[in-house]
Write a protein that binds this ligand. Structure first.
Ligand code: NAD
Length: 250
């Protein structure tokens, strides 16, 4: 069936959600733009003003570690007050209905948990930027204390075990978190409906999950303002504002 009008697209999305037994959502930076956090690739992105610092550089250069923390705290100051938006709240509703046992996200902002999705149901593929971890012992460090020490010394702080402390996010060149990848694979192959929301779908391996879900028999819906790399493969594509679309749906 060729779906042409916006109204038909919304109706089709509603039907797919109603008929699905299990829904898996997969979110990217686009769901958080209405909360004031810019996405990665849209024009004017503050994230691309500087070349991202690869994991190897962070580990091997004290200067780059200090620079990574300088950028991290400058960004945190800009986006500190961000609250969940309409898209987050709509997905929290879907999770509360029991239909969406897992939500896979590429985001590092913690806004799905803040919107009420149980933390255990959120699979963070690229980690979480609201705290830090030691790269050696894995111990958790709170950012306020890391910042105090960084501002005092001008250097990236170390853990009591001697290891390097790093924001708990996954940098370019860093190994993907094994448990999150396994859970994301499971959530992709066991759902009836896979909703890819607010992602350009170009960052791999994360962007492989929509196609994996589809190969395993799920319907694939893409909700995004701009074209994505997988639009031609999807069962339904809704181009528009995520907040508007999900608020109307749920
Ligand atoms: P991306 O920047 O590559 O793509 C975001 C997509 O969202 C774009 O295609 C854009 O058209 C769309 N979009 C933006 N606002 C929208 C809106 N209101 N309604 C509908 N569509 C909208 O993002 P990505 O695919 O998630 O990849 C970026 C990477 O950078 C991720 O891995 C993520 O870890 C990281 N990142 C995270 C955050 C965050 O946590 N909020 C922010 C920036 C970057």
């Amino acid at each position: 069936m060729l779906i042409t009008s916006l109204k038909q697209q919304h109706e089709e999305l509603r039907r797919l959600v109603e008929e699905a037994g299990i829904v898996t959502a997969f979110t990217g930076a686009g769901i958080s733009t209405e909360c004031g956090i810019p996405d990665f690739r849209s024009p004017g992105s503050p994230w691309l003003k500087n070349k991202p610092i690869d994991f190897d550089l962070f580990v091997n250069s004290a200067e780059m570690r200090a620079e990574a923390w300088r950028r991290k705290f400058a960004m945190d100051d800009l986006y500190r007050g961000a609250q969940p938006g309409r898209g987050h709240r709509a997905l929290a509703g879907l999770a509360a209905s029991g239909k969406m046992p897992a939500l896979i996200t590429q985001n590092i902002d913690g806004l799905h948990q803040a919107s009420g999705v149980p933390a255990g149901n959120v699979i963070e593929l690229h980690g979480n930027g609201t705290y830090a971890r030691c790269l050696s012992c894995g111990g958790r460090h709170e950012l306020a204390e890391v910042r105090r020490r960084y501002e005092e010394s001008g250097e990236g702080p170390r853990c009591h075990c001697g290891g390097l402390i790093k924001s708990a996010t996954i940098s370019f060149g860093q190994t993907m978190p094994e448990e999150a990848m396994t859970r994301a694979r499971d959530a992709s192959v066991t759902c009836d409906l896979f909703l890819a929301i607010g992602s350009s779908l170009v960052v791999y391996p994360a962007a492989g999950f929509p196609a994996l879900a589809q190969r395993a028999g799920a319907q694939l819906v893409i909700i995004n303002r701009d074209e994505t790399a997988l639009d031609d493969e999807a069962d339904l594509v809704l181009r528009g504002d995520i907040g508007d679309i999900l608020e109307a749906l749920l």
